[in-house]
Design a protein around this ligand. Structure first.
Ligand code: NAD
Ligand code: DAU
Length: 376
């Protein structure tokens, strides 16, 4: 099986590439990624040594690049992670979100349709090769915002409220349209908030970890009461794998962690967990950046006084919570990682991988691209 994984140098895409290489022997993967600020070749540098993986630097909107990949590789599965993914950035600059997330998706669909097509049936609908599928990685944010109760199901009306979620909704509708109009074999997955290794430190959990290590304030938007449903990234990868291989064509699957937390509780939990880990494992204190006027070994500053309530995000969605019962019933998928374990694994990963954080926040990661691309 040959996968085209777009956005495979980003957070979830890279975790998915590692998951596929670790669990499926007979596969080939082509990663297409334009390496925006959020894409980092260093994230998959070890994976690039695997002959089953090919990296292409390019834009999902570029039809020549995407066509070229389909010409060179008999792709079975497209898994589209590539996107502008950060809500705050979409509020500042919506355009690139609409371009990448909607037009990029359409371009991928067009290429897949062209290369997978085998003719037409008696009713004039295109027919396709066997064993192919396009999977759109979407988000629970397309459903809008919940009040104190209730869950998003696959039939919850779409009600996006930010430029980011509007762009992801547009993409979902295009995917659905290609499924209906051209009978393309498609699936859509809609997932809640992921966390885990390689999460870009602009998002809540890795930002809080980074700021603690730098002795900076921990910004909590509004009153911190907003709720997100956190899912460990590897569990998400398993769900996507199940939908690619076994999902019913044309269906949408919600993927969630059954793990609702208020933002303020997440921040407090990271503070206490990190402090405990640094107390029990003094060797991790090398991850603490030099903080002016303070001995490196002094971790007494890691306490809730670091929290600062800041101006709320515009249009801030109050609560997301996924009902994943469809994917559980149909494909047997369930979240496996308890949040208490996942957050410890995540914090430990960041304590042990400060080089990665420095790399992605400095722009120096481009050197990996040059090294790797030069070799291939
Ligand atoms: P990310 O921002 O970490 O990574 C996105 C990747 O896409 C980067 O490697 C970037 O370089 C690449 N990219 C961006 N624009 C591109 C373009 N035009 N052409 C080619 N590559 C491009 O994002 P993420 O958090 O890994 O999210 C991956 C997908 O999952 C996104 O579609 C996002 O909407 C969706 N999603 C994310 C979450 C989450 O919690 N992170 C939850 C649900 C759904
Ligand atoms: O729900 C799925 C979505 O989760 C994905 O579709 C998005 O791509 C992904 O970025 C994520 O969106 P959120 O906006 O929920 O994630 P973020 O980490 O930006 O924020 C999580 C919550 O924390 C949100 O309520 C805003 C709040 N927040 C965020 C930051 C960065 C803070 O209070 N302070 C912060 O500094």
């Amino acid at each position: 099986m040959i996968y085209l994984v777009t956005g495979g140098a980003g957070f979830i895409g890279a975790n998915f590439v590692k998951y596929l290489l670790g669990t499926h022997r007979e596969i080939q993967i082509v990663v297409l990624d334009s390496l925006t600020y959020a894409g980092n070749l260093g994230t998959i540098k070890e994976d690039l040594k695997d002959a089953r993986l090919t990296f292409v630097k390019g834009d999902i909107k570029d039809s020549k690049v995407v066509d070229g990949i389909f010409d060179r590789h008999p792709i079975n599965f497209v898994v589209n992670f590539a996107a502008e993914s950060h809500v705050d950035r979409s509020i500042e600059n919506p355009q690139v979100f609409l371009e990448t997330n909607i037009l990029g998706t359409q371009n991928l669909l067009d290429a897949a349709k062209k290369h997978w097509s085998t003719g037409k049936d008696d009713h004039g609908y295109p027919t396709y090769k066997a064993g192919v599928k396009y999977l759109q990685v979407s988000t629970d944010e397309v459903y809008g915002s919940l009040g104190a109760t209730g869950y998003f199901t696959e039939t919850t009306p779409l009600d996006p409220r930010s430029p980011y979620s509007a762009s992801k909704t547009g993409a979902d509708l295009i995917v659905k349209a290609y499924g209906e109009t051209y009978k393309m074999p498609v699936n859509i997955t809609r997932c809640s908030n992921n966390y885990g290794p390689y999460h870009f430190p602009e998002k809540l959990i890795p930002l809080i970890i980074k700021n603690i290590l730098e002795g900076k304030k921990l910004p909590v938007y509004g009153d911190g009461s907003n709720v997100r449903d956190w899912l460990y990234v590897e569990d998400h990868c398993k769900a996507i794998d199940a939908v690619v291989l076994r999902g019913t064509v044309g269906e949408v699957y919600n993927v969630g962690g059954h793990n609702e937390k208020k933002n303020i509780d997440i921040v407090k939990l990271i503070i206490s967990t990190m402090r405990q880990m640094l107390e029990e494992h003094p060797e991790y204190r090398t991850a603490i950046k030099g903080i002016a006027g303070q001995a490196r070994n002094d971790i007494s500053y890691i306490n809730e006084d670091l929290i600062t309530y800041v101006t709320d995000r515009l249009g801030h969605d109050q609560r997301y919570a996924i009902d994943p019962s469809k994917i559980t019933a149909e494909l047997g998928w369930e979240p496996e990682t308890k949040f208490e374990d996942g957050i410890v694994k995540t914090i430990r990963w960041y304590l042990e991988n400060q080089d990665w954080v420095d790399e992605v926040t400095s722009g120096d990661y481009q050197k990996y691209y040059k090294q790797m691309y030069g070799k291939r």
